[in-house]
Design a protein around this ligand. Structure first.
Ligand code: ZN
Length: 696
């Protein structure tokens, strides 16, 4: 009893990591150093571990534990919460009950019975490899240079030639308990070895100290790369094909922006996708060379890769400067071929127990001279797919330099892609947010209603492009929403045709297309008819009537070829309906916008594009318009102090409520949501009730 009282509070009130020995801190630091360089391991790929003693809170005695990177997460940003903590004696005892390779997947569930305490990450499939190898520190990585050896046709002989007995070849086997046993056996049988090359997969290294393990991982990677550099052919991808030379930057980006909505539409045939565009040097070089079609057709290799990239990319076989319509026509043909080949691949290997086909569209599309387009259920997934294909290009370059690139056989690829354990992970994901996979473009997003709308759409899952005349404001709203995977900022004067075109092009290059446009940018001058100058009139109409026309036209130029429908939502005004004094220019241009809603709803319906609007009134708080003098002018018209304007507007309404930017943003969300999928040409008042502005 006394012993319990002495030990339990200590261990129970402190997180495991804090009571953990020094090796855990070392493990995290080592993981960060290794994971930060994408040449050492692909994003979220690989795992690291350490073993050590800790106090068992049940007995007060010492217990041998293993801390290992759990399922998901990335080495470069690993924290103690990303570690699974297991009892080593129990983990190793699993060898006695292991039912054999045919049932090795069952062992993942058995890992749960080896956990030490709760709250840590779920153990990954690679846990056995780390636990069964009898070294205190183990790294399993997916380095480009290591996978080049792992996917070389004569990888075993090359490993011997490069490393002698220091690094041992382990033939391809799907990750799992048996692979862990294989590696442990190699390690035990080769006391001088520092690690292994895992055929078709990556590398594993071990050491008695964390520093030794890290040094050995890097030794394998650097030695492999040095061997490739010293012995490899200079042009493993073949000669440059002149016709596939990259277009100059500006033309390349313009062509990418023209193709991207079409490609996104095609890639979204089975499920809506967000896109990512990548035209870095190694991608353009690969696509400029004669062997890229044959190599791309062999598919990606590392098990982590094709879960994200699909077995192989779709490759356009035309020069980048052919007429756009010719390229689009050919992409449509290739997409049909891709889909039928993917279906045939699924049917070739699927068994009655296989998960259903997840969609037959490509995740990676390669366009010589232009770059790589990748797709995923959100921006991060699309971006990581591109990262992985860059890894694949590096792997192919290395493997082809010293040998022939030969990834794992197709049936094995299928087993990985449709692995029941992966399917279970997908099923555990939370349901997507209502606006997931939608790209929103909001004008005047730097303040007031525009900023509130951008935040609301992002909170409901949309990728948001914040456009504003004031780039600083647009950037601060975008960075407040999140990183580049969720929001982008762009400067645009909506009254300028070239600005609007450039802003929409930036949106397309950021996320693959546009689905939801909010025409919110506005400005206002309150003047009587006799005081309104031609300049006043023109400025108001340039920003609102003309600006929303330009944005809608440019958006339709993206949405129509994208063929995924879309929403255009106008932030109009009560003043489109209500006639008051000293408001001729503003009221008239708002009426123009209100009729644009109806005109465009009539015209764009056949493309599945809905056009609706919101009629707010009296939104004072956070409003750029009110801050810029309009508030003072309106207050003077109504004979109230400016700071009482919100209250004054509220007092005039039927509901006696002040209208805030968030209320307008809510209406935009509802109009864009699935719930109003059959509504177009509608203007929704968000004015707390103004009878004189009722629509009829
Ligand atoms: Zn791996």
């Amino acid at each position: 009893m006394g012993r319990l009282a002495m030990t339990v509070p200590d261990a129970a009130t402190t997180p495991v990591a804090a009571t953990a020995p020094e090796p855990v801190t070392e493990l995290l630091n080592r993981s960060h150093r290794l994971g930060r360089d994408p040449r050492n391991t692909n994003y979220a790929g690989g795992n690291t571990s350490t073993k050590g003693q800790a106090t068992d809170p049940v007995t007060g005695g010492q217990v041998e534990l293993m801390w290992v990177k759990g399922s998901g997460g990335d080495l470069g940003t690993l924290t103690d919460k990303g570690l699974a903590v297991l009892r080593l004696d129990r983990l190793r005892a699993l060898v006695a009950v292991y039912p054999g390779e045919q049932r090795e997947d069952e062992m993942v569930a058995a890992f749960d019975f080896c956990l030490h305490g709760k709250g840590a990450a779920a153990p990954s499939i690679d846990t056995a490899m780390h636990g069964l190898v009898k070294a205190d520190h183990v790294d399993h990585l997916h380095p480009d240079a290591g996978i080049a050896f792992a996917t070389a046709a004569d990888g075993e002989a090359l490993t011997k030639a490069c490393f002698g007995e220091r690094v041992v070849w382990v033939p391809w086997r799907r990750p799992g308990f048996q692979l862990g046993l294989d590696i442990a056996e190699v390690a035990a049988g080769h006391p001088d070895a520092i690690g292994v090359v895992l055929g078709g997969h990556g590398i594993t290294a071990w050491g008695n100290t964390s520093d030794e393990c890290e040094a050995r991982s890097l030794e394998i990677i650097h030695t492999a790369q040095a061997y490739i550099d010293a012995n490899g052919r200079p042009d493993p991808f073949g000669a440059l094909v002149g016709a596939y030379d990259p277009l100059p930057d500006q033309e390349r980006h313009a062509r990418a922006a023209a193709l991207f909505p079409v490609l996104r539409g095609l890639a979204s045939t089975d499920a809506r996708q967000i896109g990512h565009y990548d035209d870095r040097g190694p991608v353009l070089d690969f696509l400029a060379r004669e062997r890229h079609p044959a190599l791309a057709d062999k598919g990606t290799s590392c098990p982590d890769h094709f879960l994200r990239t699909k077995v192989k990319p779709m490759v356009l076989d035309l020069a980048p400067d052919v007429p756009l319509q010719q390229a689009v026509g050919r992409l449509r043909e290739l997409h049909e071929v891709y889909r039928s080949e993917y279906r045939a691949y699924y049917e070739r290997y699927a068994t009655p127990g296989s998960p259903p086909m997840r969609g037959a569209d490509p995740a990676i599309v390669l366009v010589p001279g232009i770059g790589m387009f990748s797709f995923g259920k959100d921006k991060q997934t699309a971006r990581v797919a591109a990262e992985f294909y860059v890894n694949a290009i590096n792997v192919m370059r290395g493997a082809e330099a010293i040998s022939v690139y030969e990834p794992i056989p197709e049936p094995e690829k299928f087993r990985i892609e449709y692995w029941e354990l992966e399917e279970q992970k997908l099923r555990r994901l939370p349901p997507p947010k209502p606006l997931a996979t939608r790209v929103a473009f909001v004008t005047g997003a730097g303040s007031g209603i525009g900023a509130a709308t951008a935040r609301r759409l992002a909170a409901d899952g949309a990728c948001v492009v914040c456009a504003d005349l004031d780039e600083g404001n647009a950037k601060s709203v975008a960075s407040g929403i999140g990183g580049p995977d969720t929001a982008a900022a762009v400067r645009a004067d909506v009254s300028r045709e070239d600005d609007v075109a450039a802003a929409l092009q930036a949106a397309v290059l950021a996320f693959g297309g546009v689905d939801l446009v909010v025409n919110n940018a506005g400005m206002s001058i309150s003047k009587s008819l006799l005081d309104t100058t031609v300049g006043d009139w023109d400025r108001q109409h340039a920003v609102m009537a003309r600006g929303s026309f330009l944005v809608s036209r440019e958006a339709a130029r993206v949405m129509v070829p994208q063929a995924m429908g879309g929403d255009i939502i106008y932030i109009v005004s009560k003043n489109a309906i209500f006639a008051g004094p000293n408001n001729v220019a503003y009221g008239a241009t708002k009426a123009d916008q209100a009729h644009q809603v109806r005109l465009l709803a009539a015209e764009l319906g056949e493309h599945g594009i809905r056009v609706n609007g919101v009629n707010p009134d009296g939104v004072v708080r956070g409003s750029g318009i009110f801050a810029s003098g309009w508030g003072a002018q309106r207050a003077a018209v109504y004979g109230v102090p400016e700071e009482k304007l919100g209250e004054y507007y509220a007092s005039r309404t039927l509901l006696k409520r002040e209208v805030l930017p968030e209320h307008v943003a809510n209406a935009v969300f509802v109009l864009a949501s699935r719930e109003l999928s059959h509504t177009t040409g509608l203007l929704v008042p968000v004015d707390a009730g103004v009878a004189a502005a009722f629509l009829r």
